[in-house]
Design a protein around this ligand. Structure first.
Ligand code: UDP
Length: 356
C-alpha cells in the first residue's frame, strides 16, 4: 500500500480533492493522509465541503490563516515538514496555485519526497498574481505534473520541461469530474429570486485590493441587476473590502458563500456567470452558461478561443455591463466540446501514481 500525503487548504482545493480522494479510495491501493493547512477555515469556506462532499476528514489541521503571504507560507512549510518527517510518505500531492500548494511541494522536495501537482502548467503570464508565482515554482519542483489541458502541456514545453526529469501528463480537469459526479445532487439555496438570474463571484486580490476597480466592478453588476437579478455569494475577503471602502451592493442579491451542492444548483440555473474566479469559468462551461470574466487575462484560454467566455476590463463598469449584455444573449453555443477530459481525470491521476 502506497502512502500519499495530500496538502489542501483553500475552497477550490476541497472540491478538487473530493473527486480525487474518491478515486483513491476506489483504488484500494493508496493510504491517503490529508493535511489541511487552515488557509480557509470558516464553516462556509471549509467545513461544509468536507460534510457535503464526503471528503475524508483531514488527519492534520495546521490552522494557519490571517497572516501575510510570507508568514503563512513559512509556517505551513515548517508544519508540513514535521508531519512529513514522522509520516514518511511515498509521495506528496498538491493542487492548484495557493500558498498551501507551494508550501507542501517545497517541504516535500527538500526531503526528497516525490511531488505530484494537480493543475500543472497553467499560466496567466502575470507575475503580479500570487497564484502565478506559486504555480510556476510548484511546477518546477514537481515530479508528476498533471495538466488539465493541451495549453497547459504546451506552456510547460515552452518552458523547456521536455528536457527535465519529470513526467508531464495531460489528464483533463478534476473539476469536471466533480461537476459530473455532483450534478444530480444539486440543492437550491435559500433567498434566490425566481426566474432568470446572473451568478456572480468576485474575490481575486487584484480586484478586491484596488478600491477604484472594486467600485467599477460593483457598478457594472448593479447596472446589470436592473435588467436581470444578480446573485452573488460573497467571499469574506470581498466583504471586508466592500465594507472598508464604503461600496454599496444595492440591487444585487448578496448571499453568504454557499456549499458546492448549492453552487451547482446556481450554475445549472443561471443564464450568465460573471466572475473573477478561476474555477467558475470552467464550471460555467460545464453547466452551459455563458461567462464574463472580470480580469485582464485568464489561464483558461480555450474558453475564450471558442467563445464560451469573454474578458471584461475590471477597471470599467461600462465594459463589464456591455460584455454581460452581449454574453447573455448568446444562444448559439455548442456545449459538447471535450476541453477538460469529460470526467476521467481523477482515475488517470490515481493510475499514474500507482505506476510511479
Ligand atoms: N464555490 C462554492 N461556493 C461559493 C463560491 C464558490 O462552492 O460560494 C466553488 C466554485 O463552484 C468552485 C470553487 O468554489 O468550484 C472556486 O473557488 P474560488 O472561486 O474560491 O477559487 P478559484 O477557482 O478562483 O481559485
Amino acid at each position: 500500500m502506497k502512502k500519499l500525503i495530500t496538502v489542501i487548504g483553500a475552497r477550490p482545493q476541497f472540491i478538487k480533492a473530493a473527486a480525487v480522494s474518491r478515486s483513491i479510495i476506489e483504488s484500494g491501493q493508496i493510504n491517503e493522509v490529508i493535511i489541511h493547512t487552515g488557509q480557509h477555515y470558516d464553516v462556509n469556506m471549509s467545513d461544509v465541503f468536507f460534510d457535503e462532499l464526503s471528503i475524508p476528514r483531514p488527519n492534520y489541521n495546521l490552522d494557519i490563516h490571517g497572516v501575510s503571504h510570507g508568514a503563512m507560507t513559512g509556517r505551513m512549510l515548517e508544519g508540513i515538514e514535521d508531519i512529513l518527517k514522522s509520516e514518511k510518505p511515498d509521495m506528496l500531492m498538491v493542487y492548484g496555485d495557493t500558498n498551501s500548494t507551494i508550501a507542501g511541494a517545497l517541504a516535500a522536495k527538500k526531503l526528497h519526497i516525490p511531488v505530484a501537482h494537480i493543475e500543472a502548467g497553467l499560466r496567466s503570464f502575470n507575475m503580479k498574481m500570487p497564484e502565478e508565482i506559486n504555480r510556476i515554482l510548484t511546477d518546477r519542483i514537481s515530479d508528476l505534473l498533471f495538466c488539465p489541458t493541451d495549453t497547459a502541456v504546451k506552456n510547460l514545453e515552452d518552458e523547456g520541461y521536455d528536457s527535465l526529469e519529470n513526467q508531464v501528463i495531460k489528464v483533463g480537469d478534476v473539476m469536471q469530474d466533480a461537476a459530473l459526479f455532483y450534478s444530480s445532487r444539486a440543492k437550491r439555496p435559500d433567498g434566490i429570486p425566481h426566474g432568470e438570474f446572473v451568478l456572480s463571484t468576485v474575490h481575486r486580490a487584484a480586484n478586491t485590493d484596488n478600491p477604484t476597480r472594486l467600485n467599477q466592478i460593483f457598478d457594472g453588476l448593479k447596472r446589470f441587476s436592473e435588467i436581470m437579478p444578480v446573485v452573488l455569494p460573497l467571499h469574506p475577503r470581498t466583504k471586508g473590502a466592500l465594507k472598508k471602502n464604503g461600496i454599496s451592493t444595492e440591487g444585487i442579491t448578496v448571499i453568504d458563500p454557499v456549499g458546492y451542492l448549492e453552487m451547482v444548483w446556481l450554475l445549472q440555473n443561471s443564464s450568465l456567470v460573471c466572475t473573477d474566479s478561476g474555477g467558475l469559468q470552467k464550471e460555467a462551461f460545464f453547466f452551459e452558461s455563458p461567462c464574463v470574466t472580470v480580469r485582464d487575462q485568464t489561464e483558461w484560454v480555450e474558453l475564450i478561443e471558442f467563445g464560451y467566455n469573454v474578458l471584461a476590463n475590471p477597471d470599467s463598469a461600462d465594459d463589464i455591463f456591455e460584455k454581460m449584455s452581449g454574453a447573455v444573449k448568446r444562444t448559439d453555443q455548442d456545449w459538447g466540446r471535450d476541453l477538460y477530459g469529460k470526467g476521467a481525470a481523477s482515475s488517470l491521476i490515481v493510475n499514474t501514481i500507482l505506476d510511479f
